[in-house]
Design a protein around this ligand. Structure first.
Ligand code: 5AD
Ligand code: SF4
Length: 468
């Protein structure tokens, strides 16, 4: 693994644009295709949009089919073991394709590659992989790809930590109405179960002016909604030491023309300030939805997780938010089966769920991550117990989600229309400001518009309505 290189951001972009031009020249007259699979969180999705932007400028076209591809990329995640296993499964399956098409280039990047033992394993086991790079040097993709195309050796370039943030990389966004905007990278929290701080490095915030510029451009391009991304957006600006805060950023973005809705994720309960709650109330574009991971309900387990808050503090915070923003929808992340979690501890998690009455919860089975403190803890919980608790959690949450949705029956709500529904192409779909999915009978002209619908049917995960 390499150390951080000294990066001069503006010069780097120019160097990479040169490589983009060189590859485009080589590709002239050929129809080259790539397929890109992304695992994990929205930050990875946003990174993949950057890769797609660079590829499009190099003259590559996207295809869904691996068998059609000249280049196959996996942007990986290592937060839980099952995400890693999926990548290994895909890599194994590609051996045959590479044998049939020796010109095919297979590349892997993202969080998994920041773990030296993973890179070693890939080198040994999947010799058909020709390019490996990490999270900190994603912007160097054109240069790395150029080298991979022109070399018989596997190119491996993973940096241990990050340099300065490189702005102004090309981007090809997946959606035309809603856009992700990464506002900071990395995490300083070291929750004892989590691998993210080891693979994404320390917190680095983008400047307010760079973010405002990106969002203004999105507004001019016709985007209506932005979601600000970071592992812990509440600590946005702390590393800039010029008084910049997340609440301040929201106030700035609220003024951007064209943008109608602002969302953000993820927040950490220990850093959620009163200023932020008031900014959410006062900025009219900031939606009434807060995703605030609790992870576990027992203060003892929270302490073992190094979360730095108690159950009581979290519940007080939720109460305060509901008082200040009564319409707020609350969602969370929960891990079941953290080492040492007893039945009593688990009941505390159920208790929080029933007290807060979340609109939805992302629930995870604890997954042991090598290198994290929790991996070495004694009394790991058996898979059977984890699964049984997971099931109970799900049943309680589903009941609450449905009951919360029932309160919306007959009400008129504003939705931003996304397009046709994936599950039922006859229906259109959109989201409320509280992030609930509403399906309805509509037409293409409504896509990207804010419309009013009356809710006339409810389900656990979605609502149905009619345009009024
Ligand atoms: N096992 C299970 N879930 C985890 N998460 C992070 N690390 C682990 C782990 N080792 C979950 C947390 C986090 C979400 C993104 O993933 O709930 O909020
Ligand atoms: Fe992981 Fe905790 Fe950082 Fe979230 S706040 S990325 S759970 S270490």
């Amino acid at each position: 693994m390499k150390r951080t290189e000294c990066v001069v951001p503006a010069a780097e972009v120019e160097i990479q644009k040169d490589f983009i031009r060189k590859i485009k020249e080589i590709n002239q007259g050929r129809l080259l295709k790539y397929s890109l699979s992304t695992f994990g969180c929205q930050m990875n999705e946003n990174d993949s949009e950057r890769l797609a932007g660079m590829l499009s400028d190099m003259g590559y076209m996207e295809t869904e089919k691996n068998s059609d591809s000249d280049l196959i990329i996996f942007n990986t995640c290592c937060v839980r073991e099952n995400a890693e296993e999926k990548v290994y499964g895909h890599l194994g399956a590609l051996k045959k394709l590479k044998r049939e098409n020796p010109n095919l280039i297979i590349a892997v990047c993202g969080c998994m590659m920041q773990q030296p033992e993973v890179v070693e394993y890939i080198k040994k086991t999947y010799r058909h992989v020709e390019l490996v790079f990490g999270t900190h040097n994603l912007y160097k993709f054109p240069e790395l790809l150029y080298n991979a195309v022109n070399s018989k050796e596997t190119i491996i370039d993973v940096w241990e930590s990050s340099g300065s943030i490189v702005e102004n990389l090309p981007i090809e966004r997946k959606d035309g109405v809603k856009a992700w905007v990464t506002i900071m990278y990395g995490c300083n929290n070291f929750c004892s179960y989590c691998i993210v701080p080891y693979v994404r490095g320390r917190e680095r915030s983008r400047s307010v002016s760079d973010i405002v510029h990106e969002v203004m451009t999105l507004g001019q391009q016709g985007y209506k909604e932005i979601t600000l991304l970071g592992q812990n957006v509440n600590s946005y600006g702390k590393d800039l030491s010029d008084g910049t805060s997340f609440a301040g950023l929201l106030h700035e973005l609220d003024k951007v023309e064209g943008i109608e809705r602002i969302r953000f994720m993820t927040s950490h309960p220990k850093d959620l300030s009163d200023d932020l709650i008031y900014a959410m109330r006062d900025c009219k574009k900031v939606c009434e939805h807060l995703h605030l991971p609790i992870q576990a309900g027992s203060t003892r387990i929270l302490n073992e997780m190094n979360r730095k808050y108690t159950k009581e503090h979290y519940l007080d915070l939720m109460k305060k938010i509901k008082e200040i923003i009564p319409e707020i929808a609350l969602t969370t992340d929960i891990i079941v089966g953290f080492p040492g979690e007893t039945e009593e501890d688990f009941l505390e998690t159920l208790d929080v769920m029933q007290t807060v009455r979340y609109d939805s919860a992302y629930t995870f089975l604890y997954s042991k991550r090598t290198g994290t403190p929790a991996a070495k803890m004694e009394s790991q919980v058996s898979e059977e117990t984890k699964k049984e608790r997971f099931q109970r959690l799900l049943e309680v949450q589903n009941r609450i989600s449905k009951a919360n949705n029932e309160e919306l029956l007959g009400q008129v709500v504003e939705i931003l229309v996304d397009g046709t529904s994936k599950n039922n192409p006859e229906m259109f779909t959109g989201r409320t400001r509280t992030n609930k999915i509403v399906n309805f009978k509509g037409n293409d002209e409504l896509v990207g518009k804010l419309i009013q619908v009356r809710i006339n049917k409810i389900q656990t995960w979605s609502l149905e309505g009619e345009v009024i």
